[in-house]
Design a protein around this ligand. Structure first.
Ligand code: SAH
Length: 217
């Protein structure tokens, strides 16, 4: 048999180029770069868009939603990592499943919720096909978190709005939550760390995410 050409080859090369770009933009954590080099982003978008999968840009995934820009995925992932491997991680907003796939390489278990059933089902199929057996998905409103699996070492919200109070309560001590929060007319990425005596808050920078909504579709 001949070696596969086309997207197979192209994606190898273009993926490596993306990793270099992320490095140039200031992503230094090798664990993050390794995870992003290993996950085939072109399998998380429609075939018609797969040739653009290794551009550093957000892309539509249907239902008015987007797969986040790789740089933002890298930055948010780096923001929840500490020394050593993460135990349990919660993501709100599965979307394509790409961010969850990245997290699955850096954590023991990833729990991810998506409020749009169609997107949740496609993401679940991708996890299955890629053999990512440590990702658990639910068609659910992520505003409630995933109480039966709490506490989490890290919580990542990938839709922008007011951060639901319940999520803070589901953080382990020393756990970190990263979320895009509405600030006036724009959004800013915040990192909240749960300490023994309260919560510590940092603003990481301006971002643009699709809105965090309530209820199911
Ligand atoms: N992390 C995704 C990007 C997702 S875009 C990826 O890697 O592809 C944000 C997603 O959050 C959308 O799919 C949207 O439907 C979902 N979402 C918005 N509000 C939500 C909520 N309350 N609960 C769960 N998912 C939500």
């Amino acid at each position: 048999m001949m070696a596969p050409s086309g997207i197979g080859m192209t994606s190898e090369t273009t993926r490596r180029r993306l990793i270099k770009r992320l490095r140039d933009k200031g992503i230094q954590d090798e664990r993050v770069l390794d995870a992003m080099a290993a996950v085939p982003r072109h399998l998380f978008v429609d075939e018609a868009l797969s040739s653009r999968a290794y551009e550093d840009t957000a892309l539509p995934i249907g239902r008015g939603q987007t797969i986040s820009q790789p740089y933002v995925v890298a930055m948010m992932t780096a923001a929840v990592l500490r020394e050593g491997r993460l135990g349990k991680v919660l993501e709100v907003g599965t979307g394509s499943g790409y961010q969850a796939a990245i997290l699955s390489r850096l954590a023991d278990k990833v729990f991810t919720t998506e409020r749009i059933g169609e997107l949740q089902r496609s993401a679940r199929q991708r996890f299955h096909r890629l053999g990512l057996h440590n990702i658990y998905t639910r068609h659910a409103d992520g505003n409630e978190g995933w109480p039966s699996q709490a506490p989490f070492d890290a919580i990542m919200v990938t839709a922008g709005g007011d951060i639901p109070e319940q999520l803070f309560e589901q953080l382990a001590e020393g756990g970190v939550l990263v979320a895009p929060e509405t600030a006036g007319t724009h959004q800013q990425l915040v990192r909240v760390t749960r300490r023994q005596d309260g919560y510590e808050r940092e603003v990481l920078g301006a971002v643009t995410f699709v809105p965090l909504r309530t209820g199911l579709e």
